[in-house]
Design a protein around this ligand. Structure first.
Ligand code: TYC
Length: 124
């Protein structure tokens, strides 16, 4: 038998005259086709979670949600208040590299303004 990893694409008429195609070892191949992969595997998603603290101004958190997570003002305010009242909340959900970049951006802006705001990742 041919190696399982060997791929054969069988097109058109048979070559042995007897209605069959043969693989590299001479074994009969009646219907072997490669299946096209039509869907791309979905990437794993990660939640960017904002953590509450006692010092970061509410307006600063709203600005972060607008600038980095592209939330409209009303939604940014709602998320900020949720974090303020519940201790944490989801700012956005993204593939790993994008989520990681957003976390860095949040912490960089917070550090520049000397706020202790923290943002962490959690796998979906
Ligand atoms: N608790 C902060 C305050 O009272 C506001 C705040 C909200 C801070 C959300 C962080 O992720 C945060 N100023």
């Amino acid at each position: 038998m041919a190696n399982d990893r060997e791929l054969f694409i069988v097109f058109g008429r048979s070559r042995d005259g007897g209605g069959n195609n043969r693989d590299g070892d001479g074994d009969i191949v009646t219907d072997r086709r490669t299946k096209e992969q039509t869907r791309t595997k979905k990437p794993a998603l990660y939640k960017c979670i904002l953590l509450n603290d006692d010092y970061t101004p509410m307006e600063f958190v709203v600005e972060i949600l607008k600038q980095i997570f592209h939330k409209p003002h009303g939604e940014a305010t709602r998320i900020m208040l949720h974090v303020h009242q519940n201790g944490m909340g989801v700012a956005g959900i993204y593939p790993y590299e994008i989520a990681e970049t957003k976390v860095r951006s949040v912490e960089e802006l917070a550090r520049e303004s000397q706020h202790p705001l923290k943002c962490v990742l959690e796998k979906e």
